[in-house]
Design a protein around this ligand. Sequence first.
Ligand code: ATP
Ligand code: MG
Length: 434
Amino acid sequence: MALLVQRPKGTQDVTPKESCKWHTVEQITRQTAEQYGFSEIRTPVFEDTGLFVRSVGDTTDVVQKEMYSVTAKGDASFTLKPEGTAGAVRAMLENGLMNEGFPQKVYYITPCFRHEKPQAGRLREFHQFGVEMFGTASPYADADVISLAKTVLDRAGLKNIELFINSIGCPACRAEYHKALKEYFESYKGDLCETCLSRLEKNPMRILDCKSPVCSKIAEGAPVILDYLCEDCKNHFESLKDILSSMGIAFTVNPKIVRGLDYYTRTVFEFVTTEIGAQGTVCGGGRYDGLVQQLGGQPTPALGFAAGLERLIITMEKQGCEFIAPEPCDIYLASMGDAAQKKCVELAVMLRDEGFKVEYDIVGRGLKAQMKYADKINAKFSMVLGDNEIESGSAKLKNMKTGEQTEISLGEGFADAFSDIAVADMFNLKSDTL
Ligand code: ATP
Ligand code: MG
């Protein structure tokens, strides 16, 4: 079949067969965030373009190459959110939530949009689970957030995920570091890509994150930030390492991690797997102590992370992790004739009110085809209604797995009677022992 219109490149459909995978990760992430005391925040899918330019940074790949921006009917420019932090910070400020005492802790599950070259684990529309914590500079907060991320990955059942941490210092120590980096990269000016040449002046640290093979080769020999940390940043990083160790969270210090967004300060971290190819960063985050002020708020230390849900799901699939299975149908009500079908509708309403998953024929099929459908949807029980059953006021309930049949009345006690049998079956009991 030649489709007239196809989905845009770099986007995915989640079909009913796949949606249980999404329910699984959504449930794990939500539950874990709530357990750690985070509450959900929802922000618009598009924001003023200026929000991302100010926060993510105008020398980053995201802002320079990847934003989906439109100029709407007026003259304002809007951008589909490429990440979740900027919108969350804006919403916290705009709704006065920073005045409601600290810490403030929020989480979100959101679509994100980046104009990237699509490949496995790299899409143009993808989804992030993210958390943000405001109002604490304590390294215990960093460890708490890292522990939350690790708990999510553990509960998803993932193995062999490595945690890398680094500190990229504060503006004070970074000034010295920038100088050293600039000196280093100046001597490779002829080899750097064009984007990095412009970064050399404005933001040399961005060169460390360049994906071009030549630039990343040059970056390998660059000075490392850890050698330039001021006393406060050094102590903060040492404390974080101590706390993580005491929590039993294994980590590796990796001075190469700088993260792709400009707002980070001090702690940065990534959870990485080598099992899904090059796009192995499942989760990334860190501190952004300057961002709240940069967006017009009071100076407020803050931190967070975002996990890519597609990458999380791909890794779970690869490792054979379990997904929550969809609930099977409790009962299929088959019918012969108009009167029987009407009765099925009435019984279905009663059963659905009691919380059971019920289906009946809505296509107009014959009995044989109806029973075939009951098999296909894995119905646990079935019942056939015809003129005889309507007349007698009772019908045979069939357990589709064991073939066992029980006569039950179609009167007022019907839902209760079915409930007893279904519960007994669930616990593998004979219904008369309940
Ligand atoms: P990468 O280095 O892989 O490009 P990033 O540094 O751009 O990642 P962040 O901005 O920190 O990523 O986003 C957090 C998480 O969101 C990533 O760790 C990843 O799991 C996911 N992610 C980022 N970009 C994409 C994308 N284009 N497609 C799918 N997932 C993505
Ligand atoms: Mg990226």
